[in-house]
Design a protein around this ligand. Sequence first.
Ligand code: NG1
Ligand code: ZN
Length: 532
Amino acid sequence: MQLDLAAVRVAAAAFPKPEAFKPSYGTAGFRAEASLLPSTVFRCGMLIGLKARSCGQACGVMVTASHNPEQDNGLKLVEASGEMLEPAWEAHATQLAQADTAEQLLQVLAALAATLQPADTPGRVIIGRDTRSSGADLAAACSAGVAAVGGKVSDIGVVTTPELHFTVQTFNQYQALEEQAYFTNLLESFRTLTAGSHAPQQPLHVDCANGVGALKLQQLVPQLQQLGLQLQLYNAGQGRLNHGCGADYVQKEQCFPAGMGDLPAGACCASIDGDADRVVFFTKGQDGSFVLLDGDKIAALAAVYLRRLLSHAPPGTADSISTGVVQTAYANGASTRFITEQLGLQVRCTNTGVKYLHHEAKAFDVGIYFESNGHGTVLLKPSLLQRLQDMDENMSVMQLLAVSRLMNQAVGDAISGLLLCDAVLRSGTSLAEWQALYTDLPSRQLKLVVADRTVITTTDAERRCVTPAGLQDAIDAAVAKYDLGRAFARPSGTEDAVRVYAEAGSQEAADALAREVAGIVFDRCGGVGSRP
Ligand code: NG1
Ligand code: ZN
């Protein structure tokens, strides 16, 4: 592909890279303090512009730092399929973003362009952003990058991350960019799933993290009310983004978000994150305690429901369909046991990061994946959808097809997740029964800083350390001392830290095992600061 490199040089000069800034495409794209990012988004605009021109379709960019604080920002790049950027291109993105001089930048860009052919159709880049105040300027910098390589832009303004993925996917199918298509799809599939079931007596209380999800849910409130779902929104924009609220806060701190501690026992509550791609549920126990229903519990509920729908499909359907659940090492051991032993479904474990889970889930006819933090979805294979469409109009078949429309097929979507769980709760599984599907093993997560976290390499879906030598043996010896003990350590893909996870038969034991493993990592990997 030919590029006007002189014009690129002029355009790039308006977005200089801060000198010591070395951004890399992490578990979920680029993330940093917003003022550092104009060069990164401009360069990623060029990258995704080239991709769109070479495939002749729409690709996407989402400007967001998800659950991170308001002063941060970041970006996620989206393939024409609506899915996350393929790994080979992540490496190109890192190379472009890190180029220190104009010469290096042009060299990397020209080398990439030389491997590509322009398609017959022009392609375009669809850009969306969350509610961060830095978003508009960064989206403009990204547009300038797309334009610099001769690409076309459609800026769709403030949207959720999954909405951007959905828009890219459907634009390539129907050439429509209207937001209403996203809402209609959610509402119509939810209508099909809940037809004939009793509307809940209680409202669903949703913590919106003071983010973009609040804006979108507010638009859906009246129509959802007509479908029997009464939404009460909290942290809907009056406070600081992700501050004392949001799915990440609720899941990691295991406590009520701001403004929701006074709700009565048994209230059905959920929390979404700053860009609305994660959701977790919670309630208050009779004793006032905080009770979390995390991504593992959502996966278990979805698995129970899909298994039920499949068992009511025409005879023989269920037997010929592979259903599986994909988790990471952070999934509570009790959830894995429940899904394999009680439900008889396959469970696979992948590295942390939804791109890995999504990929693995596609291997099943019905693939359910959720990270414990609430990011996930349910995928139905196109060949299965075709078979279902060819079957007689049985209620369960209609509902299976509705699940495939409700659940974002490109990426996890908090609004889809909220609606799916509500539909299942209406179909006969109460909140108390959901909670009681299994009891989480007590667990503890810790993080610590070491001199260089890359000394730790892992295998077996990050559950075992390969290097440094002796580390895994020491962890094994610690785990062996605890009843029902399990523990692992892995370097974070989004922060300069090593994460330690432990579970055991009691909370005290899980806490002690986590501390012991963190101590081992500290001693053997050059711990910084005080020993855990
Ligand atoms: P890292 O920092 O690699 O553990 C974290 C989350 C992931 C994922 C990414 C992207 C945990 C333990 N890890 O990754 O699940 O969501 O951020 O946001 O929650
Ligand atoms: Zn998010």
